[in-house]
Write a protein that binds this ligand. Structure first.
Ligand code: HMH
Length: 208
Protein backbone atom coordinates (compact mmCIF):
# COMPACT_ATOMS: atom_id res chain seq x y z
CA UNK A 1 0.00 0.00 0.00
CA UNK A 2 1.32 3.40 -1.00
CA UNK A 3 1.63 6.13 1.60
CA UNK A 4 -0.65 9.17 1.43
CA UNK A 5 -0.51 12.70 2.81
CA UNK A 6 -3.10 11.76 5.41
CA UNK A 7 -0.96 8.81 6.46
CA UNK A 8 2.09 11.09 6.91
CA UNK A 9 0.15 13.42 9.21
CA UNK A 10 -1.27 10.51 11.22
CA UNK A 11 2.10 8.76 11.50
CA UNK A 12 4.02 11.83 12.72
CA UNK A 13 1.76 13.84 15.04
CA UNK A 14 4.55 15.29 17.15
CA UNK A 15 6.64 16.47 14.21
CA UNK A 16 3.56 18.06 12.63
CA UNK A 17 2.45 19.69 15.86
CA UNK A 18 5.90 21.28 16.25
CA UNK A 19 5.71 22.54 12.67
CA UNK A 20 2.32 24.20 13.08
CA UNK A 21 1.91 25.22 16.73
CA UNK A 22 4.46 27.69 18.08
CA UNK A 23 4.66 30.59 20.59
CA UNK A 24 5.32 32.87 17.60
CA UNK A 25 1.81 32.18 16.27
CA UNK A 26 0.08 32.26 19.66
CA UNK A 27 2.01 35.50 20.33
CA UNK A 28 0.48 37.01 17.20
CA UNK A 29 -2.94 35.97 18.37
CA UNK A 30 -2.55 37.41 21.87
CA UNK A 31 -0.67 40.48 20.62
CA UNK A 32 2.41 39.68 22.73
CA UNK A 33 4.78 39.10 19.82
CA UNK A 34 7.46 41.83 19.78
CA UNK A 35 7.92 43.94 16.61
CA UNK A 36 11.50 42.70 16.15
CA UNK A 37 10.24 39.11 16.23
CA UNK A 38 7.47 39.78 13.73
CA UNK A 39 9.67 41.89 11.46
CA UNK A 40 12.39 39.24 11.46
CA UNK A 41 9.80 36.69 10.36
CA UNK A 42 8.48 39.08 7.68
CA UNK A 43 11.87 39.73 6.09
CA UNK A 44 13.08 36.12 6.31
CA UNK A 45 9.77 34.79 4.97
CA UNK A 46 10.05 37.13 1.98
CA UNK A 47 13.49 35.65 1.28
CA UNK A 48 11.95 32.18 1.72
CA UNK A 49 9.01 32.87 -0.61
CA UNK A 50 11.31 34.07 -3.40
CA UNK A 51 13.07 30.69 -3.31
CA UNK A 52 9.77 28.84 -2.82
CA UNK A 53 8.53 30.49 -6.03
CA UNK A 54 11.48 28.97 -7.87
CA UNK A 55 10.76 25.59 -6.29
CA UNK A 56 7.10 25.72 -7.36
CA UNK A 57 8.21 26.59 -10.90
CA UNK A 58 10.42 23.48 -10.92
CA UNK A 59 7.60 21.32 -9.53
CA UNK A 60 5.34 22.65 -12.27
CA UNK A 61 8.00 21.81 -14.84
CA UNK A 62 7.95 18.17 -13.63
CA UNK A 63 4.16 17.91 -13.21
CA UNK A 64 1.72 15.86 -15.31
CA UNK A 65 -0.76 17.75 -17.52
CA UNK A 66 -3.60 17.26 -15.03
CA UNK A 67 -1.80 19.40 -12.43
CA UNK A 68 -0.78 22.38 -14.56
CA UNK A 69 -3.88 24.50 -13.98
CA UNK A 70 -3.77 24.44 -10.17
CA UNK A 71 0.01 24.90 -10.03
CA UNK A 72 -0.24 27.87 -12.39
CA UNK A 73 -2.82 29.44 -10.07
CA UNK A 74 -0.40 28.82 -7.20
CA UNK A 75 2.34 30.64 -9.09
CA UNK A 76 -0.08 33.48 -9.87
CA UNK A 77 -0.85 33.81 -6.17
CA UNK A 78 2.87 34.00 -5.42
CA UNK A 79 3.27 36.87 -7.89
CA UNK A 80 0.76 38.79 -5.76
CA UNK A 81 2.32 37.54 -2.53
CA UNK A 82 5.83 38.79 -3.37
CA UNK A 83 4.45 42.27 -4.10
CA UNK A 84 2.42 42.12 -0.89
CA UNK A 85 5.53 41.25 1.14
CA UNK A 86 7.31 44.23 -0.43
CA UNK A 87 4.39 46.51 0.53
CA UNK A 88 4.27 45.17 4.11
CA UNK A 89 8.02 45.64 4.48
CA UNK A 90 7.80 49.21 3.13
CA UNK A 91 5.02 50.05 5.64
CA UNK A 92 7.32 48.89 8.42
CA UNK A 93 10.43 50.42 6.85
CA UNK A 94 12.17 47.05 6.71
CA UNK A 95 15.20 46.36 4.54
CA UNK A 96 14.45 43.31 2.36
CA UNK A 97 17.96 43.25 0.96
CA UNK A 98 19.11 41.31 4.03
CA UNK A 99 21.13 38.08 4.32
CA UNK A 100 19.24 34.88 4.97
CA UNK A 101 19.57 33.61 8.53
CA UNK A 102 20.94 30.06 8.88
CA UNK A 103 17.52 28.38 9.14
CA UNK A 104 16.16 30.26 6.12
CA UNK A 105 19.32 29.33 4.21
CA UNK A 106 18.89 25.64 5.13
CA UNK A 107 15.24 25.71 4.05
CA UNK A 108 16.17 27.35 0.72
CA UNK A 109 18.91 24.75 0.13
CA UNK A 110 16.43 21.96 0.88
CA UNK A 111 13.95 23.37 -1.65
CA UNK A 112 16.70 23.71 -4.26
CA UNK A 113 17.74 20.09 -3.66
CA UNK A 114 14.30 18.80 -4.64
CA UNK A 115 15.06 19.35 -8.33
CA UNK A 116 16.72 15.91 -8.49
CA UNK A 117 14.03 13.85 -6.71
CA UNK A 118 11.05 12.03 -8.25
CA UNK A 119 7.89 14.07 -8.87
CA UNK A 120 6.02 12.23 -6.08
CA UNK A 121 8.59 13.49 -3.58
CA UNK A 122 8.42 17.04 -4.94
CA UNK A 123 4.62 17.03 -4.80
CA UNK A 124 4.67 15.74 -1.21
CA UNK A 125 7.13 18.44 -0.13
CA UNK A 126 5.08 21.15 -1.88
CA UNK A 127 1.92 20.02 -0.11
CA UNK A 128 3.68 19.85 3.29
CA UNK A 129 5.14 23.36 2.94
CA UNK A 130 1.75 24.88 2.08
CA UNK A 131 -0.22 22.82 4.58
CA UNK A 132 2.16 23.84 7.38
CA UNK A 133 1.33 27.52 6.83
CA UNK A 134 -2.36 26.84 6.24
CA UNK A 135 -2.65 25.00 9.56
CA UNK A 136 -0.21 27.21 11.43
CA UNK A 137 -2.05 30.44 10.69
CA UNK A 138 -5.56 28.93 10.84
CA UNK A 139 -5.47 26.86 14.04
CA UNK A 140 -5.09 29.76 16.52
CA UNK A 141 -8.39 31.26 15.27
CA UNK A 142 -9.02 34.91 14.32
CA UNK A 143 -6.06 37.21 14.99
CA UNK A 144 -6.14 40.89 16.02
CA UNK A 145 -4.73 43.73 13.91
CA UNK A 146 -2.15 44.00 12.46
CA UNK A 147 -1.89 40.20 12.27
CA UNK A 148 -5.34 39.30 10.88
CA UNK A 149 -4.19 40.08 7.35
CA UNK A 150 -1.28 37.65 7.75
CA UNK A 151 -3.44 34.91 9.29
CA UNK A 152 -6.01 35.32 6.49
CA UNK A 153 -3.41 35.04 3.74
CA UNK A 154 -2.63 31.43 4.62
CA UNK A 155 -5.64 30.51 6.75
CA UNK A 156 -8.39 31.47 4.28
CA UNK A 157 -10.72 28.80 2.91
CA UNK A 158 -9.59 29.24 -0.69
CA UNK A 159 -6.04 28.45 0.37
CA UNK A 160 -7.32 25.47 2.36
CA UNK A 161 -8.95 24.17 -0.85
CA UNK A 162 -5.73 24.70 -2.83
CA UNK A 163 -3.80 22.70 -0.20
CA UNK A 164 -6.35 19.86 -0.51
CA UNK A 165 -5.73 19.79 -4.26
CA UNK A 166 -1.98 19.63 -3.60
CA UNK A 167 -2.58 16.64 -1.28
CA UNK A 168 -4.63 14.85 -3.96
CA UNK A 169 -1.91 15.46 -6.53
CA UNK A 170 0.76 14.13 -4.17
CA UNK A 171 -1.41 11.08 -3.35
CA UNK A 172 -1.88 10.27 -7.05
CA UNK A 173 1.87 10.49 -7.65
CA UNK A 174 2.66 8.45 -4.52
CA UNK A 175 0.23 5.71 -5.59
CA UNK A 176 2.54 4.70 -8.44
CA UNK A 177 5.85 5.74 -6.85
CA UNK A 178 8.56 3.18 -6.10
CA UNK A 179 9.04 2.12 -2.48
CA UNK A 180 12.26 4.14 -2.48
CA UNK A 181 10.45 7.28 -3.67
CA UNK A 182 7.78 6.77 -1.00
CA UNK A 183 10.54 6.56 1.58
CA UNK A 184 12.06 9.76 0.20
CA UNK A 185 8.65 11.44 0.35
CA UNK A 186 8.32 10.55 4.01
CA UNK A 187 11.81 11.91 4.69
CA UNK A 188 10.96 15.12 2.81
CA UNK A 189 7.79 15.52 4.88
CA UNK A 190 9.75 15.16 8.13
CA UNK A 191 12.42 17.60 6.88
CA UNK A 192 9.74 20.19 6.06
CA UNK A 193 8.19 19.72 9.50
CA UNK A 194 11.55 20.23 11.23
CA UNK A 195 12.44 23.28 9.09
CA UNK A 196 9.03 24.85 9.78
CA UNK A 197 9.55 24.48 13.54
CA UNK A 198 13.06 25.94 13.20
CA UNK A 199 11.76 28.85 11.10
CA UNK A 200 9.26 29.90 13.80
CA UNK A 201 11.94 29.56 16.43
CA UNK A 202 14.38 31.65 14.36
CA UNK A 203 11.88 34.53 14.29
CA UNK A 204 10.91 34.06 17.93
CA UNK A 205 14.56 34.32 18.98
CA UNK A 206 15.03 37.71 17.27
CA UNK A 207 16.77 40.27 19.45
CA UNK A 208 17.26 43.23 17.13
C1 HMH B 1 8.53 29.15 6.21
N1 HMH B 1 6.73 27.95 5.06
C2 HMH B 1 7.35 29.12 5.30
N2 HMH B 1 6.93 30.25 4.74
C3 HMH B 1 5.87 30.24 3.90
N3 HMH B 1 5.46 31.42 3.34
C4 HMH B 1 5.19 29.04 3.64
C5 HMH B 1 5.68 27.90 4.24
C6 HMH B 1 3.97 28.96 2.74
O1 HMH B 1 4.27 29.31 1.47
Amino acid sequence: MAITCEHLIDAHPTAWQQATVHPFLSGCQTGTIRPEQFNTWLVQDYLFVKEFTRMLARVLAAAPDTNLDSLLSGLGALKDELLWFQAKAAERQLELNTPRQATCQQYCEFMASLVTVPYAVQATALWAIEYAYNQGWQLPGPMPQPYSEFADRWGNLGFTEYVKILAQQADVALATATPEAQQQAQAAFLRVAALEADFWQMAFNAVV
